[in-house]
Design a protein around this ligand. Structure first.
Ligand code: ADP
Ligand code: MG
Length: 261
């Protein structure tokens, strides 16, 4: 069974890409065959993995200009990436008018699962752009779960409520099974009053959704991508590695509970 997760927040700079990269790396390190899909035209995830210019992307694949084999980039034995670049910003314009415009990524995932000579993925992770437009809708239609990183410093409940409302809308017609798996703090600083206060505030209102694990502010998490490494390669003893290990284990546990039901 494949568990498909969208990492979503309308805000930029909250740690979506850092989380997608390191959650996927931890999953693969633990022996789970994992596929990362970059859906942000900024291409930050792709550039933190691939060292050269990228021509075959999720977009050229959707336009049928290349095949799945051309875009599947092997990161390590258990981890693959489908990259993205700035041309993906045309996605909405290109596909908005099509009757199946919300199902394009879902169809692609179905194709991945039947494609010969590639692994059966246990986890697929979408790194979404900082908007709830057609790209994120496609990701949510194709997903079982949404995971939302939030930052205490610039946190507003609005962003989270918008994600929840979007899930409710998607549940009505496009994907009744989509669930908010969890929200968690990134770039967290336990020292500041605001951060502690926010965590207390949220654990009341979002008791069920708030994950116990938070990701602390950690400079190694910022440095690793420029060397095309995950935190587990770049600084395995760092706070960042410890936090992403705990977070991912918590996510695995929640997925298990949700899927066993
Ligand atoms: P998003 O994908 O939501 O825009 P990113 O993951 O790209 O956010 O993070 C934005 C910036 O913050 C990046 O420069 C990243 O390296 C840095 N960053 C992310 N998480 C942390 C952290 N826990 N500690 C320090 N820096 C972080
Ligand atoms: Mg990003």
């Amino acid at each position: 069974m494949t568990h498909i997760i969208s990492i979503i927040n309308r805000k930029g700079g909250v740690g979506k890409t850092t989380s997608a990269l390191n959650i996927a790396n931890y999953l693969s390190k633990e022996g789970n065959s994992t596929l990362l899909i970059d859906l942000d035209p900024q291409g930050n995830l792709s550039n933190s993995i691939i060292d050269k210019a990228i021509s075959n992307t999720i977009f050229t694949l959707l336009l049928e200009e290349c095949s799945l084999k051309d875009v599947l980039h092997e990161v390590n034995q258990n981890l693959y990436l489908i990259p993205c670049n700035e041309y993906f910003a045309r996605f909405e314009k290109q596909f908005a008018g099509e009757t199946d415009g919300q199902y394009l990524i879902k169809d692609l995932i179905d194709a991945v699962s039947t494609f010969p000579d590639i692994p059966q993925f246990e986890y697929i992770i979408f790194d979404c752009p900082p908007a709830l437009g057609l790209i994120s809708i496609n990701a949510m239609v194709a997903s079982n779960f949404v995971v939302t990183p939030i930052e205490a410093q610039q946190f507003s409940l609005d962003g989270l409520i918008q994600v929840e409302n979007e899930i409710i809308k998607i549940n009505k017609r496009l994907n009744p099974d989509l669930k908010l798996l969890g929200i968690f703090f990134t770039r967290h600083n336990y020292q500041t009053y605001l951060s502690r206060d926010m965590k207390e505030h949220l654990s009341g209102k979002y008791e069920k959704q708030l994950l116990k694990s938070s990701i602390r502010r950690n400079v190694a998490l910022e440095e690793a991508p420029s060397l095309k490494q995950s935190i587990f390669e770049y600084a395995p003893d760092s706070n960042g590695a410890e936090d992403y290990k705990n977070l991912t284990n918590e996510l695995i546990y929640r997925i298990k509970i949700n899927t066993d039901k």
